[in-house]
Write a protein that binds this ligand. Structure first.
Ligand code: FAD
Length: 416
């Protein structure tokens, strides 16, 4: 694989950048693989990469019905943080955070991971009690976190309305300095390129239409390009996970909802951190290009249309203007939606299934982008060994039978 470097950039400038190698091959599907990953989003591609890199399993296909990273991976607002409340989720998201910190070097691809800090605002006494509790829990887990007062917040974000006259005055915030944002497409492309270089076949425009199951064991998938066999199949299909589970003959405790986001026209740099408010219900950051990236909660209905409804956008923008009155005249450029797979306890499912050899990694809902490297890492381990990785064990489907749920609504909610 051609390495990317400053020297390479200068060398290719001499030939007007016309001779770069393609980032990945476009192979014809083989009849058989050791492992099939269904879904070529960030999580699926990361899984394929770590399978090849850490477990030496390179006879792997990633089967993607559209284009790589065209699902939620390319539709999210890129917030990365690890300040979850419970030990189980904090461990998983912090595992991901540590991988983020070396990811660009590891895959030789600039994912533009920017640790600019994430702030969660509190507007009521109960918000502040929850924030205090979560920051304490984070610190006990070795995760960075601070509680900020309004003066400290105003210093970090001078353009925010921290006055006492606001409808819901800001009383404080939790602050994770190591949190931030990353370039979502680059994450998909970087993992794809690195996996391809290790021999993984990336099969785009290939839709899984069913599973080949005999005697309770999977041995392949049906696709629109013919059948492909493998004794291990990992599904990482986000909002379509319920559809795939149905094809395999079981149900998952998931709901698929539209979640939308929007970006503004580019502005000069005014906001160099990420601000989230569960209470007024909106969050915002600014890209290196200058656009404001804005989002909030899911639409209230189930659906698969990657759009979203107007009342949600209106509500979100009300929240943003309430926090940042100076943005009231900024024009919005684009709006879009993705389909998120939400679990009753706001935690993912990384699990074996009733079908032997068939595994699911889903339920990341509104907040899985931040987990991409960690999710791929532990899921690869799970697929390679046929048993659940210790960090994934609390997130098995069994929890919906045993009742050992990990309720992260406080740390997830609107706050991705
Ligand atoms: C608007 C929005 C904002 C968000 N903001 C954040 C955020 O700020 N921070 C954060 O951490 N998370 C955020 N998320 C959530 C995050 O985007 C997802 O949790 C994460 O990207 C899921 O990654 P994935 O690889 O599992 O899914 P995806 O990227 O959706 O990949 C799944 C792939 O499976 C493919 N597929 C489905 N069915 C089939 C089939 N039958 N055959 C073959 N392929 C199939 C799809 O085409 C898709 O490409 C947001 C999501 C949205 C929609």
């Amino acid at each position: 694989m051609q390495r990317y470097s400053g020297f390479g950039l200068a060398k290719h400038a001499l030939s007007h950048h016309e001779n770069w190698e393609r980032q990945w091959r476009n192979p014809t599907p083989k009849k058989q693989y050791d492992v099939i990953i269904v879904g070529g989003g960030g999580h699926g591609l990361a899984t394929a990469y770590y399978l090849a890199k850490e477990h030496g399993i390179t006879n792997v296909a990633v089967v993607e019905k559209g284009w790589l990273g065209g699902g939620n991976t390319a539709r999210n607002t890129t917030i990365v943080r690890s300040n979850y409340l419970w030990d189980e989720s904090a461990a998983l998201y912090e595992h991901a955070m540590k991988l983020w910190e070396g990811l660009s070097q590891d895959i030789n691809y600039n994912v533009m991971f920017s640790q600019r800090g994430v702030m969660n605002l509190g507007h009521t006494l109960q918000d502040m009690r929850d924030i205090q509790r979560r920051v304490n829990a984070n610190r006990l887990n070795g995760i960075d976190g601070e509680v900020l007062n309004p003066e400290q917040i105003q210093k970090i974000v001078p353009i925010m309305d921290c006055s006492k006259n606001a409808r819901y005055p800001i009383l404080g915030a939790s602050w994770q300095p190591r949190a931030g944002v990353a370039r979502h497409d680059a994450v998909a492309w970087g993992y794809a390129r690195a996996a391809d270089a290790l021999g993984v076949d990336l099969l785009q425009n290939t839709e899984v239409t069913g599973f080949k199951i005999r005697d309770g064991r999977v041995f392949g998938v049906h696709t629109n390009r013919g059948d492909i066999e493998a004794k291990t199949v990992g599904c990482v299909a986000a909002g379509n996970s319920g559809v795939l589970a149905k094809m395999a003959g079981f149900r998952l405790p998931l709901e698929s909802h539209p979640l939308q986001a929007l970006v503004s026209e580019p502005l000069k740099p005014v906001l160099d951190t990420v601000v989230m408010s569960n209470h007024v219900h909106g969050y915002i950051s600014q890209t290196d290009k200058g656009d404001l990236v804005i989002g909030a909660g899911i639409d209230g209905y189930n659906g698969y249309g990657q759009r979203g409804s107007f009342p949600t956008v209106e509500h979100t923008l009300q929240a943003i203007v309430e926090m940042f009155p100076m943005f009231s005249r900024v024009r919005m450029n684009r709006q879009w939606g993705g389909i998120v797979d939400t679990c009753p306890d706001a935690c993912p499912i990384l699990s074996k299934t009733p079908v032997k050899g068939l595994f699911f990694n889903c339920g990341w809902g509104t907040g899985g982008f931040k987990a991409t490297p960690g999710s791929g890492h532990v899921f690869a381990w799970t697929l390679a060994k046929g048993q659940t990785h210790p960090l994934a064990a609390p997130f098995s489907i069994d929890r919906f039978h045993t009742g050992a749920l990990v309720d992260e609504h406080g740390a997830a909610g609107v706050a991705h």
